[in-house]
Design a protein around this ligand. Structure first.
Ligand code: COA
Length: 270
């Protein structure tokens, strides 16, 4: 399936805003930019994607865990980086590469989520195999609110998983929802006390790591196959429109409003 996606390799960008640790066959990838609510920059996406390639190439790694802290998973894309637009074709951008790698990883991916899980902080979870969320989690996909459009395959996966109207509500109104809501919708496996989320996720990782590895890889490949070409096409279509929307006056107003700590005013747009 990775061939279908034709993913490019990245350069050697190193950032301490994403920390990785390999232990007991588990590669833990920690988003570590708490002063900015773990907002993700281009270099951080590169590091997040590199972890998947590292796991793919290291037979000793049997599971990947994405995590943040007890208070914060990620506030999504760095809003400052948005103003610079997307550097190049979507699949060649750090975020595009990361999302395509997630969708095609041959190793299982688990997420431990607490606090804000905004934008890609929610959509990246659609490519995880198991997700554990603290009862302090606030999921949100405020793409339309920012004058943008869905990404990460969410416009394809959410309608088929949740039904059209629930997907449209989450993507058009972009409201926040709780871990209990996410559990009800089948987007996560369990709601935890925030201090226990990562431990619970690590227990799941340990169980995955103890399973026969080739059988787990085959299972992930089959679970992913349902998407295949269609998922890649959706991600690329989303990426193209997203790049266009980043240049829109609607997005400019939304970002300006965020920096000025006020509500955006879309009343003059047609
Ligand atoms: N990009 C860049 N900086 C961000 C950020 C982002 N996505 N999210 C938060 N920050 C910054 C804030 O600007 C703030 O910086 P400051 O201290 O210089 O003012 C700092 O991180 C702390 O964030 P703050 O908004 O004060 O925290 P909060 O707990 O009140 O709210 C959020 C947390 C996540 C609800 C809120 O920060 C938010 O809505 N962020 C934007 C999320 C977003 O739209 N992401 C893009 C999705 S496509």
């Amino acid at each position: 399936i990775a061939d279908i996606f034709d993913i490019k390799t990245a350069g050697d960008i190193v950032t301490d805003l994403v920390l990785t640790e390999k232990k007991n066959h588990i590669l833990t990838v920690r988003i570590n930019r708490l002063d900015r609510k773990n907002a993700l920059t281009h270099d951080m996406y590169t590091a997040l994607g590199d972890a998947i390639e590292q796991a793919r190439d290291d037979s000793d790694i049997r599971c990947i865990l994405y995590t943040g802290s007890d208070e914060c998973f990620t506030a999504g894309n760095d809003l400052g980086d948005f103003s610079a637009g997307l550097p190049g074709e979507f699949e060649d951008t750090p975020v595009g590469r990361f999302l395509l790698l997630m969708a095609t990883s041959n190793k299982p991916i688990v997420a431990s989520v607490n606090g804000p899980a905004v934008g890609i902080g929610t959509t990246m979870l659609l490519h995880c195999d198991m997700v554990f969320a603290g009862n302090n989690t606030r999921f949100q996909m405020p793409f339309a609110n920012l004058g943008l459009c869905p990404e990460g395959g969410s416009s394809l996966l959410l309608p088929s998983w949740l039904g059209r109207v629930r997907a449209a509500e989450l993507l058009m109104l972009g409201g926040a929802f709780t871990a209990e809501d996410a559990l009800r919708m089948g987007l996560i496996n369990r709601v935890c006390e925030p201090s226990q989320t990562e431990t619970t996720a690590l227990q799941a990782c340990a169980r995955l790591a103890a399973q026969p590895p080739a059988a787990v890889r085959a299972t992930r490949e089959l679970l992913n196959r349902s998407g295949g070409n269609e998922l890649k096409a959706a991600m690329l279509a989303e990426g193209k429109l997203f790049a266009e929307r980043l240049k829109s006056p609607e997005n400019a107003e939304a970002i300006k409003a965020f920096t000025e700590k006020r509500k955006p005013d879309f009343s003059s747009f047609s």
